[in-house]
Design a protein around this ligand. Structure first.
Ligand SMILES: C[S@@+](CC[C@H](N)C(=O)[O-])C[C@H]1O[C@@H](n2cnc3c(N)ncnc32)[C@H](O)[C@@H]1O
Length: 322
């Protein structure tokens, strides 16, 4: 696979974001994109196998069952871009459906170089596929992919696994509108959305018994130690999953077990934590089936079709750029 590696000074940006997030007034926070270094990407892969976390399996069931129908509904010839591909495992079903029809270019866009490498290993054996990976942020990568488009070719963008849920609702709509601006009329977006479900099921999914999600979350502090020379004592923080009823989301936090002071040399900051204080690291917003139709319209798309999983409420939404 040809890989376009990240061109910017990622450590500098990481340090600036950590400093801003941990010194802001009120709720401390760290952007969720930093959960995915090589350790975080490997742990996320394990999470997708946990019995409590049905989301990935629901997404995969839908893609497997409806791959041919999805490929038929997307006007060809088509190139496929995937935002935040992760390991790309469940994308196989769709890519095989497209490659049965024609030779297909696949462009995974990933911030995590190890996820991008996993994705290539996972999918390179598909007949008639060509893979070019972009180690980039979502929109930067999509802009480059769009520049690769051949004349007369449509683009299908995949944003699977309900990663859209990491944005709050207004930011999610804005993000989809930005994706739309990069696309041309007739291009499509296949968007996975996790649907609302009982709190007990959601809390179990984001705080599994084995503690893999806790390790995934705590790895963010370990990453700050490794890359920015910080002295977080990981045993003095605990993983929390909380329901936010108003925002219809599950939040992940890291809670300080006691009053403590942490120094982060590369971010040129010393941070004080009170006992019980938390760092907010990720939100996963949950959707109703109908709201995506309106959200899509507000972002410049028409909802062409939806497929819903019966075992774990999850929707695949095929949106067409108008
Ligand atoms: C929730 S995981 C989903 C992975 C996969 N799509 C799935 O459904 O299982 C989100 C993926 O997006 C990547 N990611 C997160 N923030 C990103 C960003 N701003 N730009 C590009 N990739 C990002 C992560 O590295 C991770 O692999």
């Amino acid at each position: 696979m040809l890989v376009h590696a990240i061109p910017t000074n990622i450590t500098y940006e990481f340090a600036a974001d950590v400093r801003a997030g941990l010194t802001r007034n009120g709720q401390k926070e760290l952007p969720s994109k930093y959960l995915y270094d090589n350790v975080g990407s490997a742990l996320f892969e394990v999470i997708s196998y946990l019995p409590e976390y049905g989301l990935t399996r629901a997404d995969e069931r839908l893609l497997r069952r409806h791959a041919d129908e999805i490929a038929d509904r997307v006007a060809g010839p088509v190139a496929v871009a995937e935002l935040g591909s992760g390991s790309g495992k469940k994308t196989r079903w769709l890519l095989e459906a497209f490659c049965r029809r024609q030779r297909t270019s696949y462009y995974p866009v990933e911030i995590s170089s190890s996820a991008l490498a996993m994705c290539e290993r996972e999918l390179r054996d598909i007949d008639r596929i060509s893979i070019v990976g972009f180690e980039r942020e979502y929109l930067d990568g999509l802009l480059e992919v769009a520049a690769y488009r051949k004349s007369g070719q449509h683009l299908l963008v995949l944003f699977l696994g309900s990663t859209i849920g990491n944005f709050d609702r207004p930011a999610g709509t804005k993000f989809l509108a930005e994706v739309r601006r990069i696309l041309e009329p007739g291009d499509s977006l296949l968007l996975g959305t996790d649907l609302e479900k009982p709190s007990s099921q959601l809390l179990a999914a984001y705080n599994d018994e084995l503690g893999v999600t806790a390790a995934f979350n705590l790895n963010l502090l370990a990453r700050v130690n490794r890359e920015l020379g910080a002295d977080f004592d990981l045993r003095q923080f605990v993983h929390l999953a909380r329901i936010n009823d108003e925002l219809r989301s599950v939040e992940m936090h890291l809670q300080s077990k006691r009053r403590q002071v942490v120094s982060i040399p590369a971010a040129e900051v010393v941070v004080e934590f009170q006992e019980g204080e938390t760092i907010w690291t990720e939100s996963s917003h949950k959707y109703s089936i109908d709201e995506m139709v309106e959200t899509a319209r507000n972002a410049g798309f028409r909802c062409e079709a939806q497929w819903i999983d019966e075992q774990w409420p999850f929707a695949e939404n095929l949106l067409i750029a108008e």
